[in-house]
Unconditional design. Structure first.
Ligand SMILES: C[S@@+](CC[C@H](N)C(=O)[O-])C[C@H]1O[C@@H](n2cnc3c(N)ncnc32)[C@H](O)[C@@H]1O
Length: 291
């Protein structure tokens, strides 16, 4: 039974659900944790349009939410404006983008995201996509690998790790998460503290495989297309690359007076929430409102 505990769920519901009979977007449905809570607080006429790239997550979300007010689509949140238009919706009352990956995806070794569980080097959110993490490490050039480890992992030894991978794959392709971990450890050393030294390498590969930052960059554009006046969008980020992008784009939007930053500082989970769900520790919430 896979789980994902929705982060800052009540806080997000309080920020977003200003119209009990409104139409909402959950851009990253995952296992439907946030949406289930939203629907429990919304009225019978309300609707939530849920999106996820991951068809397996989407199927589980539909079963778990089990509510006709959820319209779930296997698509990127970038397609939300088109899907809403196709359903005759001109504007929504709120939208959530809970970025990154769910606990379910990390915990299932077959998805190949985990540094602690051996599995195929996959890392695709959308399992219908052809590009996998294995293809990236086994076919991309030295410079490209160095670039993603530096830009998406902020890894100081990006060049050395890229070099170690290119050398190792001459003997045999890297096929599993532990193959990659072993090669990265030849440069970064074994795990000593709580966090494995190759965590940033795994993050970088995941971001590259799913074009994550290219999507995150477009979140504010999607928000401007779908929100009604007075409506709010909430974005939960989990690392500094995502947060910086959202922070700067939100500031730029708010500069012309048509948008308002609802929270001056990011909202972060309480100590109690982090104790109960350690994966919440790096979460930061930003909320913006169309004036
Ligand atoms: C942190 S989880 C969401 C968890 C969800 N809020 C819940 O309570 O269960 C992020 C989800 O976003 C999905 N995802 C990532 N990028 C996406 C994109 N561009 N479009 C749609 N879904 C995306 C992932 O597949 C993952 O299921």
């Amino acid at each position: 039974m896979w789980t994902h505990i929705p982060i800052l769920a009540n806080e997000i519901a309080d920020f977003l659900l200003l119209n009990p009979q409104g139409v909402y977007v959950d851009g990253t449905l995952g296992l439907g944790g946030h949406t289930k809570l939203f629907l429990s607080k919304l009225g019978p006429q309300a609707r939530v349009f849920g999106f996820d790239k991951d068809p397996h997550a989407l199927k589980m979300a539909k079963e778990r939410v089990n509510d006709p007010r959820l319209i779930a689509t296997h698509a990127s949140y970038l397609q939300a404006p088109d899907v809403l238009a196709a359903n005759g919706v001109n504007g929504v009352d709120g939208a959530l983008f809970d970025l990154g990956l769910s606990s379910y995806q990390v915990d299932d070794p077959d998805r190949g995201f985990s540094i602690v569980r051996d599995g195929p080097l996959d890392m695709r959110f959308d399992t219908t996509q052809t590009l996998t993490a294995a293809q990236i490490v086994n076919t991309w050039g030295l410079d490209e690998l160095e670039r993603i480890f530096r830009d998406f992992g902020e890894e100081h030894r990006a060049a050395q790790v890229a070099h170690a991978i290119v050398t190792a794959r001459r003997t045999a392709p890297l096929q599993t998460t532990f193959d990659l971990k072993r090669v990265a450890e030849t440069v970064l050393g074994p795990q000593r503290g709580r966090v494995h030294p190759a965590t940033q390498i795994f993050q970088a590969l995941r971001i590259a495989c799913n074009q994550e930052l290219a999507c995150v960059e477009q979140v504010p554009g999607v928000i401007t297309q779908i929100l009604k006046p007075g409506a709010r969008a909430a974005v939960l980020t989990f690392h500094s690359l995502e947060d910086r992008l959202i922070k700067n784009r939100f500031k730029a939007l708010a500069a012309d007076g048509k948008w308002r930053l609802v929270n001056k500082h990011t909202v972060v989970p309480s100590r109690a929430e982090i104790c109960q769900n350690p994966r919440a520790r790096s979460a930061k919430l930003r909320v913006i409102e169309r004036v």
